[in-house]
Structure formats: C-alpha cells, structure tokens
Design a protein around this ligand. Structure first.
Ligand SMILES: Nc1nc2c(ncn2[C@@H]2O[C@H](COP(=O)(O)OP(=O)(O)O)[C@@H](O)[C@H]2O)c(=O)[nH]1
Ligand SMILES: [Mg+2]
Length: 290
C-alpha cells in the first residue's frame, strides 16, 4: 500500500535538496494517493514548519517527518477497537455498497473470533441473490461459525432478526449480520437500513453494538461519497477499509478520517481468512515507508 506514493517521494527526495520543487512533488504524490487537497496542503504546511523549526536538512529527515504527519493525523481519540458488549451476543451490522468486501470481511472476522474461542452466528441479510447467501454460508463452514440463511428475496430485516434470536438461543458471543449494498436509490437504501436497525432493536432490545461501514480502498475519493451516504442512513460506528493489498490509494483513508472522525477499526489485506488486521495508525504510517 502507498507503494507508488513512496516511489514518488523517494524520487523527489533523491535529488537531495529541500526546495519548492520538492514540496510540489510531495503534494502531487499525496494527491495521487487520494489524500484530499485540504489534507495534503495541511500536511505540507506542517512539514514546512517542522523543516524550519527542527532544522531538517536531509531526505531521511523529511521522510521521518512525513511519516509522523501521517501517523499523527490518525491519532484516534475515539476508541478504535471493536466494541464487545458484556451482555452477549455482541451484534455487528455490516453495511456498504456492493462489492466492497462486506461478506469477505465477515468471513475473516468470524475466522478470527472462532479461533479465539467465541461462538459466532452469521446472518445472511443480503438476500438479493442466492449466490450472496451461499457465499456467506461457505464462510460460516470454513470458519466454524453458525449460519442463519434465507431464501433469495426474503426480507433482510427478518433474516437479521432471526439471526439475533438464534444467537441468543444458542448462547452466541457474536452475531455478524450481512446486508445488501444494492439499492435503486438513496431513499430505499435508508429505508432498508433503518428497517434492519429496527429489527436489531426488536430482537435484542438495543441497537447494533457496531455498524461497520465497509469501504474499498481502490475507490479513492468515491469512498468519501459512500461514507457520506451511509453515515446519514445507518449511524455508522466504525469503518473497515478493504483491498489495501496492491493499491496505491490508501490515502482516501486520511480524507475520510479527517472528514467524519469515525474510527477505522479493521483493514482488509487480501481474500484469505487471515487477511484481516486491526487498524493501527503507527503501523499504517510505518508500512507506508517500508
Ligand atoms: N484483494 C482483496 N480482495 C478482497 C478483499 N476483501 C474482499 N475482496 C474481494 O472483493 C470481492 C467482493 O467481496 P465481497 O465480500 O463479495 O463484497 P460484498 O459485495 O461487499 O459482500 C470478492 O472477490 C472478494 O474476494 C481484500 O481485502 N483484498
Ligand atoms: Mg456480499
């Protein structure tokens, strides 16, 4: 991740002089990595200030400082670990547009939780196509989670309701509920998500413990638009950024964090069960420079 950004930064720094051209190239590199204009400019301002006050003269010094600028942007005041409710089952609702990696993330998280000895129920709230239900069922089998399925076209809210009722009856620690990202309009998306939210409350007597918005890192600035719509529709409590393997565009994460201040909880680094990580600002900033 960020490989292209760092190639550009290295090239710019390779000349060995800190001048206006260098700052311009660094700004260009940040923009190319989908860091928004405002954020990129702020980071460059910070960098200029640090170069002056800390008398930074070398490319390595600049690089360290840029890394620090990225890391400090992510200093999450809000809790970034997934919330675990002391009154089980803890319920996570996964939302996001089609293809971002909701189902895969649920599968990966189920794998992790089951490995940790938790009892997990997966709810197939994406009832749009039979294949979507089967995909989640396969993840349930692979991970050792229980599965509450649905007929294609069934009401997503009632599937989520059933999954929570089953989770309670079976003494599950977690219920992870999938939803469909396909909607004809913003209005119908809101309607469906609020219906699902009501079903969670009805089944459980409380709201979902986390509403996790899944975003594909490859969509760049478009991810910001999705964040806008889903935060309005679904009361998102955390973000999951997928497909950070093999992309140069992790920079959108900075923009989303700056704008929404929703904690980033998980990142997806591939399609395999183990390709899920907690989001750690330090690690993220360090990886950028590997
Ligand atoms: N490379 C990569 N592929 C991913 C990742 N997460 C999901 N995918 C792939 O993205 C595609 C869509 O994922 P899916 O979970 O079906 O998305 P959904 O429609 O939001 O449920 C699938 O081919 C997944 O294997 C990731 O972190 N890295
Ligand atoms: Mg899916």
């Amino acid at each position: 991740m960020f490989r292209k950004l760092m190639e550009r930064v290295d090239r710019a720094l390779g000349r060995g002089v800190i001048d206006e051209d260098l700052y311009e190239e660094l700004e260009e590199a940040l923009l190319q990595a989908d860091v928004g204009v405002r954020t990129a400019q702020q980071m460059l301002e910070e960098l200029r200030g640090a170069v002056r006050s800390e008398r930074i003269t070398t490319p390595d010094g600049i690089k360290d400082r840029l890394q620090e600028a990225i890391r400090s942007r992510f200093d999450q005041k809000a809790e970034s670990a997934l919330f675990r409710n002391m009154a089980p089952p803890t319920v996570y609702l996964f939302v996001g547009v089609n293809g971002v990696g909701k189902t895969t993330t649920i599968g990966k998280l189920a794998t992790r939780l089951v490995k940790d000895g938790r009892k997990v129920v997966l709810g197939a709230g994406d009832t749009f196509r039979a294949a979507a239900v089967e995909q989640l069922e396969l993840w349930a089998k692979r991970s050792g989670a229980d599965f509450v399925g649905a007929q294609p076209g069934a009401d997503p809210a009632s599937v989520v309701f059933d999954a929570i009722v089953a989770g309670k009856a079976r003494g599950a620690d977690y219920v992870l509920a999938d939803t469909a990202g396909r909607q004809h309009s913003k209005a119908s998306l809101m309607q469906e998500l609020s219906k699902v939210a009501r079903a969670v409350e009805k089944a459980h007597g409380r709201a979902a413990d986390e509403v996790l918005l899944v975003l594909d890192a490859n969509t760049g600035q478009n991810a910001i638009r999705q964040a806008e719509e889903f935060t309005a529709a679904a009361g998102v409590t955390g973000l999951v950024l997928t497909k950070l393997d093999g992309t140069a565009r992790g920079g959108a994460l900075l923009g989303i964090w700056e704008r929404f201040r929703i904690p980033i909880k998980l990142v997806g680094l591939g399609e395999k069960p183990e390709d899920l990580r907690d989001f750690k600002p330090d690690e993220f900033a360090r990886q950028i420079f590997d």
